[in-house]
Design a protein around this ligand. Structure first.
Ligand code: PMP
Length: 353
């Protein structure tokens, strides 16, 4: 049969999202969702939304949502860009800040595995910096790479390791080129670089409602940067989809981000559970990297990562395993509710002991 697909559609290796299985009910600790429900204020915004408005396209300027994000982040609405999940914004960053014939994008070998996919899709070169032996990132080495721009996840995924704001600032100051900071997991670390955007025009901070705001199912993310950077993202977005954030999503996310007290309380619970889970896993013979995210990255002294994943799956607990160089011994385990974490620990005890 004749092949009607482009070379890209035939040849690209797309990102593989964590499985969302329907064959049975799992304790789902594989996609870093928040175990707690969204804010009651977000639910209220959803329930009170005037359904008849859905006949109209969403507001192009997203004034309400951008205003709410700006107020929460201490910036102006013109510093805010919203998209259909931070994945979409990260994709737009690759087209807005990198040229196919440019020096490329520099990032770590062990980091969010969507970055190399975006680079390949937009035909942008990559410069890959191996993390140190202990999976920390040497920012001075990244600074020394002759790329058009750099991208860093902080806290990093899937390692969970966080970089303090002081070090991030030195790094941004030392790079006279675009610095993209992916802060998807920042609600569990609280060292956001957003305040730096006033001082550094080369910085773009990308955040999401998926993790810290318990709204992964809504698909909304945002970027904070100087207005000149935001306008570049808007130009690229408008070549692709003028309405990436639907009406209900705009209303729900605006209500969510205004409820700071609720999310601080819930995310503190996640952080406390992360520490409890880390201690329990260590007691079972796991080495756990020091996590600042809502997941831990753990390796057992005697059992291969794939086997941990498979044995847990057979016991109804889903975690994430990456069959990749350097990290095949590890599993990435989302911090769940107390009950979910207990179920994970019980499943491991049942089998490892
Ligand atoms: N960045 C990192 C590091 C992530 O792990 C994820 C979640 N897979 C995202 C961005 C994207 O999140 P979302 O598209 O749900 O905002």
């Amino acid at each position: 049969m004749k092949n009607y697909l482009s070379k890209t559609a035939c040849e690209i290796a797309p990102y593989t999202a964590g499985e969302q299985p329907a064959d049975r009910k799992y304790v789902k600790l594989n996609t870093n969702e928040n175990p707690y429900p969204p804010s009651p204020k977000a639910l209220e915004a959803y329930q009170n939304y005037d359904f008849s408005l859905l006949k109209l396209y969403p507001p192009l300027e997203m004034r309400n949502l951008r205003g709410a994000i700006a107020a929460a982040e201490g910036v102006a609405p013109e510093n805010v860009f919203c998209g259909n999940g931070s994945d979409e914004i990260l994709a737009l960053c690759f087209s807005a800040f990198f040229d196919p014939d440019g020096a490329g994008a520099a990032f770590a070998d062990v980091t969010y595995s969507f970055y190399p996919v975006f680079a390949e899709f937009f035909k942008i070169r990559t410069q890959i910096l191996p993390l140190e032996e202990d999976f920390t990132l040497d920012l001075s080495k990244l600074t020394a790479m002759p790329a058009q721009g750099v991208i860093v996840a902080n806290p990093n995924a899937p390692t969970g390791i966080g970089i303090p704001l002081g070090e991030v600032e030195k790094f941004v100051a030392a790079n006279d080129r675009i610095v993209i900071l992916d802060e998807a997991y920042m609600p569990f670390f609280n060292e956001s670089a957003v305040p730096l955007i006033k001082k550094y025009k080369n910085l773009v901070v990308v955040k999401t409602f998926s993790k810290g705001y318990s709204l992964a199912g809504m698909r909304c993310g945002y970027a904070i940067a100087d207005a000149s950077i935001i306008s570049g993202l808007e130009r690229c977005r408008d070549c692709f989809n003028s309405y990436p954030v639907d009406r209900i999503c705009q209303a729900v996310c605006a209500a969510a981000i205004a409820d700071k007290a609720y999310y601080e309380k819930m995310n503190a619970l996640v952080v406390a559970e992360r520490e409890r889970l880390t201690a329990a896993l260590s007691g079972l013979g796991f080495t756990v990297l020091p996590s600042k995210a809502n997941f831990v990255f753990a390796r057992h002294a005697a059992v291969a990562g794939r086997q941990v994943y498979e044995q847990l799956r057979a016991r109804g607990v889903l975690v994430r395993h990456f069959q990749k160089p350097r990290i095949a011994d590890y599993c990435r385990i989302t911090v769940g509710s107390r009950e979910e974490n207990d179920a994970l620990i019980a499943a491991l005890r049942d089998w490892i002991r």
